[in-house]
Ligand binder design. Structure first.
Ligand SMILES: Nc1nc2c(ncn2[C@@H]2O[C@H](COP(=O)(O)OP(=O)(O)OP(=O)(O)O)[C@@H](O)[C@H]2O)c(=O)[nH]1
Ligand SMILES: [Zn+2]
Length: 369
């Protein structure tokens, strides 16, 4: 099957032609009649995919992805099913294989049963968008960075509205010192201005895929329009009083940019919850974890204990108390999710043992003969 790699490239195919990754070559070699396509929307019953810019089309998913929720035996976990951004192989209008995932943004979905959801796959860049107006919130940025960390995508903090008179860029950047400590670039921009936004180009190269996260009114649509170089998405005028825009983002799942990169817009990105696998030290709080190691007591809770290095740092104003409060809050959330994840894995283990039981009995019977 000859694929149109130029068309695929526009929607984020990572190579100029045939895949350079041996695992991808093997997967494609196993289905010589199939052609690659990218998942742009996930539905209950199937998927919308695209083979290039323009309209997507619905396809049938692999039978093992269609089993109803709760079907245990042999059911594939959500992680093995295709998600938005995944590359799949098609034969006709049918998915025959999932190509190896290069990165994933996951979310823990709390509920009766712990579930993990892949919100977007094969993302190179996560633009964490936050306005420098009343929307500015370093805690929210820390949260996004923690949740995105470890998934294989590079986060880039984009502070919009730097052109506004009431925006204090220096104070904002200073408030992000803990963030800047990790390898996360921070840019203050006017999202309406093309030259200002040009600084983001290294993270939006041909074949790359980016997503934008940030609260309503942060400037995601404005930034998208400027990157597109055209007024393609509707933006609402922000209500000055509460710095929130109305919800007007037109849903378009996959947006090719003139730079050669493409943007994925998927509703799941709007609400990120920890999966329980996050690492607070790696995910942006290395400074606090290092401080905690200097406390006199190993199990210091950083409350009233003597010799507490964390409280000393807060008093000495080398650690922001709000940043520390956010760290504690996120640590609790991650621990809660980790507990639910452990319970879920234990339940799965039980189900497997039960599933194997009949086979064991047969062996026992044989043994008795
Ligand atoms: N002056 C200035 N205004 C901006 C900038 N970025 C966004 N705005 C304005 O802020 C308002 C909200 O921006 P949007 O782009 O709609 O925000 P959004 O993040 O897409 O919001 P949702 O669609 O609700 O998620 C609009 O009135 C924009 O014109 C900026 O860098 N400078
Ligand atoms: Zn302590």
């Amino acid at each position: 099957m000859i694929s149109d790699f130029a068309a695929l490239r526009i929607i984020g195919w990572p190579w100029a032609g045939e895949p350079e990754d041996p695992a991808w070559r093997d997967a494609m070699g196993a289905h010589p009649q199939a052609r690659p396509a990218r998942v742009v929307e996930q539905h209950r019953s199937g998927y919308m995919v695209a083979e290039g810019p323009g309209e997507g089309f619905t396809v049938e998913s692999l039978p093992e992805w269609q089993r109803p929720a709760g079907y245990r035996k042999g059911s594939s976990s959500a992680e093995q099913r295709a998600a938005v951004g995944d590359w799949v192989l098609l034969e006709g209008e049918r998915i025959v294989a999932l190509l190896p995932r290069r990165s994933a943004i996951k979310r823990g979905a709390a509920g009766e049963h712990y579930k993990q959801q892949v919100i977007a796959a094969n993302i190179d860049t996560v633009l964490v968008v936050c306005g420098l107006d009343g929307d500015f919130n370093p805690r929210r940025i820390e949260r996004y960075l923690l949740l995105v960390h470890g998934g294989g995508a590079q986060p880039v903090v984009v502070l919009t509205k730097a052109d506004k008179d009431d925006s204090d860029v220096q104070a904002a950047v200073a408030a992000l010192v803990g963030v800047a400590g990790q390898a996360v670039p921070v840019f203050a921009v006017n999202a309406k201005d093309r030259d200002s936004v040009a600084a983001l180009q290294p993270w939006l190269q041909a074949g790359m895929t980016a997503v934008l996260v940030g609260s309503s009114g942060a400037g995601k649509s404005t930034l998208t329009n400027t990157l597109l170089g055209a007024e393609k998405m509707k933006t609402a005028d922000v209500r000055e009083s509460d710095a929130r825009g109305r919800h007007t983002t037109t849903h378009r799942a996959l947006i090719p940019l003139p730079s050669g990169a493409c943007l994925i817009d998927t509703p799941g990105m709007r609400e990120l919850k920890p999966t329980g696998e996050e690492d607070l030290a790696e995910g942006g709080f290395a400074d606090i974890e290092a401080l905690a190691e200097q406390c006199r007591f190993r199990d210091c809770r950083h409350e009233r204990e003597p010799g507490c290095a964390v409280r000393a740092a807060i008093q000495g104003e080398t650690l922001d108390s709000q940043r520390f409060a956010n760290y504690l809050k996120l640590r609790d959330e991650v621990a809660g999710a980790a507990d639910r994840l452990a319970t879920r894995l234990a339940q799965k283990g039980d189900a497997k043992v039960q599933g194997k039981a009949p086979g064991k009995r047969t062996d026992d019977r044989r043994g008795r003969h």
